[in-house]
Design a protein around this ligand. Structure first.
Ligand SMILES: Nc1ncnc2c1ncn2[C@@H]1O[C@H](COP(=O)(O)OP(=O)(O)O)[C@@H](O)[C@H]1O
Ligand SMILES: N[C@@H](CC(=O)OP(=O)(O)O)C(=O)O
Length: 407
């Protein structure tokens, strides 16, 4: 007997027929002898409509607390609807909303982007297991939380995915299934490029980066709760079948923790190339990268400024790269000179929450290094990773300091 969480997004429960199809797929799984927890989003665009209505009626006077309470009506309704539909198909079901004593998801008091109180949620989730053992299918409102005073909070737009993975983690389920309006994760958004192709599999790390950079298919924070041993997949509601294939989400793998500070095992060398007004000339970056690629030299990073560009390569390859790039510099009129810099340690800090921790995350990271007189040679940041280069002699010390920051 497997224990499964199935999350149905707004479009998957977009009308009566879809709700029935979704409920039938749950019932079929239940009939196979599996236990199943349903997490449901608001029907179709209900959340947008509720926001639109309240903004039209109240405008700037709408408080965040009121907004959360009004938005919550979407999931309060859909959970009741879904649970009643399961019952109509002959299986016992109970909807679980924040007013129910079994409600598990506890948060801080932020109404719109509530932070999950993991410890309490983990304890409370055991109550759901009692229902499952009685043969009841719990239908939990996605997206919602309960604050310290019993008030309704929300986990941020698209937050039902977080609910699904969080419940999956707390109950240590065998599988989390995200049911949505596309076949799975595709090579790009199929609603933007029709030729998009289905990926049979994607790693947690890839999907997290994709989601953080705007791909709506899954909330990036949901993956924080993806355990390596819990299977997960994204499937299309059209199949009406929870065994549909879709895209399997694999990992995270050992050493690929979602929050980590790592130092690259080998020294890195910096090669700086200068030229007048480099940013305004097209094709210079391509010349440098193809020169190194043609000679099988891996580029670890590259940064470009007004009059210079820095390339990061492994120290063992730096001499070869230096000579190759020198040829390029003397051949090309837009480059004037290059220099092989000091050896550096490359430290990568990864966290899915950087996007939320800004402003301030860069200074949190650089401040302890400054205090310890560690010079940062170069730093680059994205929404999920910060890479910095420090003098090779400072590498290990910087690693320790940055581990403290991440804790
Ligand atoms: N790489 C991608 N693969 C699949 N879908 C994507 C991708 N990038 C963006 N999307 C979008 O994600 C949408 C699914 O997310 P969402 O609308 O939030 O679904 P749900 O309502 O089920 O939660 C798809 O309709 C698609 O437009
Ligand atoms: N209904 C909420 C939560 C959610 O996750 O919805 P969906 O699964 O349809 O993206 C929202 O629209 O933000």
């Amino acid at each position: 007997m497997d224990l499964i969480v199935a999350k149905f997004g707004g479009t998957s429960v977009g009308d009566g027929a879809r709700i029935k199809k979704a409920a039938q797929s749950v019932v079929n799984e239940y009939m196979k002898g599996n236990q199943i927890v349903v997490v449901v989003s608001a029907v179709n665009k209900t959340t947008d409509e509720l926001i639109g209505l309240s903004t039209d009626a109240i405008g700037a006077g709408l408080t965040d607390k009121q907004k959360a309470e009004i938005m919550a009506m979407g999931e309060l309704t859909s959970a009741r609807l879904f649970s009643a539909t399961i019952e109509s198909l002959g299986v016992k079901s109970e909807f679980i909303d924040p007013y129910n004593k079994l409600w598990p998801i506890m948060t801080d008091s932020n109404p719109l982007e509530a932070k999950i109180d993991f410890k309490t949620t983990n304890e409370k989730a055991e109550g759901i297991r009692e229902l499952l053992n009685q043969g009841i299918v719990p239908v939990i409102c996605g997206f919602l939380g309960k604050g310290p005073s019993g008030e309704i909070t929300t986990l941020g737009r698209g937050g039902s995915d977080i609910t699904a993975f969080l419940i999956g983690h707390c109950l240590d389920v065998s599988e989390v299934i995200i049911v949505t309006d596309v076949e799975g994760v595709m090579s790009t958004d199929p609603n933007k490029i029709e030729e998009a192709e289905l990926l049979p599999e994607i790693t947690v790390e890839e999907l997290r980066d994709l989601a953080t950079h705007g791909a709506q298919v899954l909330h990036p924070h949901a993956l924080t709760y993806k355990d390596p041993l819990i299977s997960a997949k994204i499937i299309n509601f059209e199949h009406g079948n929870l065994s549909a294939k879709g895209t399997r989400i694999v990992g995270p793998f050992e050493g690929d923790s979602l929050k980590s500070v790592t130092i690259y095992k080998n020294p890195i060398s910096l090669i700086a190339i200068v030229g007048d007004g480099m940013l305004k000339r097209s094709g210079l970056l391509a010349k440098v990268t193809s020169c190194l690629a043609d000679n099988n030299i891996n580029i670890f990073g590259i940064s470009a400024g007004q009059n210079s560009m820095t390339v990061f390569v492994e120290k063992t390859e730096s001499n070869k790269a230096y000579h190759l790039l020198h040829h390029l510099v003397i051949e090309d009129e837009f480059f004037s000179s290059l220099s092989l810099g000091e050896d550096a340690s490359m430290i990568t800090i990864v966290s899915p929450n950087f996007a939320d921790e800004t402003p301030g995350i860069i200074s949190n990271i650089t401040e302890p290094l400054r205090k310890n007189k560690i010079n940062i040679i170069e730093i680059s940041s994205s929404q999920t990773a910060i890479v910095l280069y420090v003098d090779i002699k400072d590498g290990e010390k910087a690693l320790d300091l940055l581990n403290e920051v991440l804790e």
